[in-house]
Design a protein around this ligand. Structure first.
Ligand SMILES: Cc1ncc(COP(=O)(O)O)c(C=O)c1O
Length: 365
């Protein structure tokens, strides 16, 4: 069968499957809602089945220990801690770096502020100084202007937290020079410096940077294994031995001490070994889809696509939720993240064929 015919047969099968499972059969849809929707591959499951386990609360799970060691070495930092989620790694970091009554400086779109349930106040008792950044990224100058003076009326500024890539910035990446300047600003003003690197590996691939550069720049880094890297569960918090010792205590208090977690850690090790370089493919797919969207009348401004996230304004004949519903009728899932914006996220389970099918569907809308 020639490629052209194959493509149309695949499209037909795809539409038929969507008719048969008409309400929502997520498995039959092309799911761009998030890079968290991936299922572990057969190879990853095999690695999980073969994992040696022990009780990690006693520090005795060899696979968790191996994953933590691997992450620390990768980033050139002293230690790491395996946690159930990126929210937990961020919240632990904030708690360890601050005292109740302190102030945390971050971009106004930050996940730690927008989507962690008010955890900065709930868990750490801190207030937040929000900065109006550029697509989720802030500058050293903005940080310097946001640091409170040593004045009894003011909460002490003790932590700067950045996000790279910035989710609500459309997967935007920091310029490393700016990160260095922010690090200097933090150092000169005795502020701790944390990175929410839920999708840091996307930034590393897009900008051709190394984990060690980031290990040198930050006091603590959170990376997610269950987003672009395709593991079913888990995030890593990385930092100094002293920091991670305190973090381990807070993880226990938060109820995040897991027992035979080696089964999950094995997926993390597999993800780090196999799923980092391929992120370039996700970025390429995002470019192709953004290009198709850019030709449509209903598309307003598209944020520059730097990694695997496309955020675009919807105008003209649809609202964002109407367009999202229209896409769903055609077998595509994408979230309306505001009344006028849709987010599309490419990932491990989006193939080249699915990308082509998506372009065909967009062209027909
Ligand atoms: C930038 C960012 N940080 C942190 C998180 C939290 O990760 P989790 O869902 O594992 O708690 C997310 C989740 O989407 C995220 O996008």
């Amino acid at each position: 069968m020639c490629d052209h015919v194959k493509k149309h047969v695949a499209l037909l099968l795809f539409f038929l499957s969507n008719c048969i499972f008409s309400d929502i059969n997520f498995a039959a849809m092309i799911d761009f809602r998030s890079d968290t929707v991936t299922s572990p591959t057969k190879e990853m499951l095999q690695a999980m089945m073969q994992a040696k386990t022990g009780d990690d609360v006693f520090g005795e799970d060899p696979t968790v220990n191996a994953l933590e060691q691997k992450a620390a070495t990768l980033f050139g930092m002293e230690a790491a801690l395996f946690c159930p989620s990126g929210t937990m790694t961020n919240q632990i970091a904030i708690k360890v770096h601050t005292q109740p009554g302190d102030e945390v400086i971050c971009d106004r779109l930050s996940h730690i502020y927008q989507y962690e349930g008010g955890g900065i106040a709930f868990n750490a008792g801190c207030s937040v100084r929000l900065i109006e950044g550029n697509r989720g990224r802030i500058t050293a100058d903005q940080v310097l202007r946001s640091i409170n003076p040593d004045d009894i009326h003011k909460p002490p500024s003790t932590l700067v937290s950045l996000e790279n890539t910035a989710n609500r910035g459309g997967g935007s990446c920091y310029d490393f020079k700016e990160l260095r300047s922010i690090k200097t600003a933090c150092k000169e003003n005795n502020l701790h410096f944390h990175l929410d690197g839920a999708r840091l590996f996307n930034a590393l691939i897009a900008k051709n940077e190394t984990p060690k550069q980031y290990g040198e720049a930050f006091d603590s880094i959170s990376v997610c294994l269950s987003k672009s890297l395709g593991a079913p569960v888990g995030s890593l918090l990385i930092g100094t031995t002293t920091f991670i010792k305190k973090a381990r205590r807070i993880r226990k208090i938060f109820g995040g001490g897991m027992r035979q977690a080696g089964i999950l850690a094995a997926a993390g090790i597999y993800a780090l070994d196999n799923n980092v370089q391929r992120l370039a493919e996700d970025h390429y797919h995002a470019q192709i889809i953004a290009e198709a969207l850019s030709n449509k009348e209903f598309t307003g401004e598209i944020m520059p696509v730097e990694t695997n996230i496309i955020i675009f304004e919807v105008n003209g004949k649809y609202t964002a939720s109407q367009l999202s519903a229209k896409l769903k009728e055609n077998g595509i899932l994408a979230i309306a993240i505001s009344p006028s914006q849709i987010r599309i996220v490419t990932h491990l389970n989006i193939t080249a064929l699915m990308t082509e099918q998506t372009v065909d569907i967009i062209n027909k809308l």
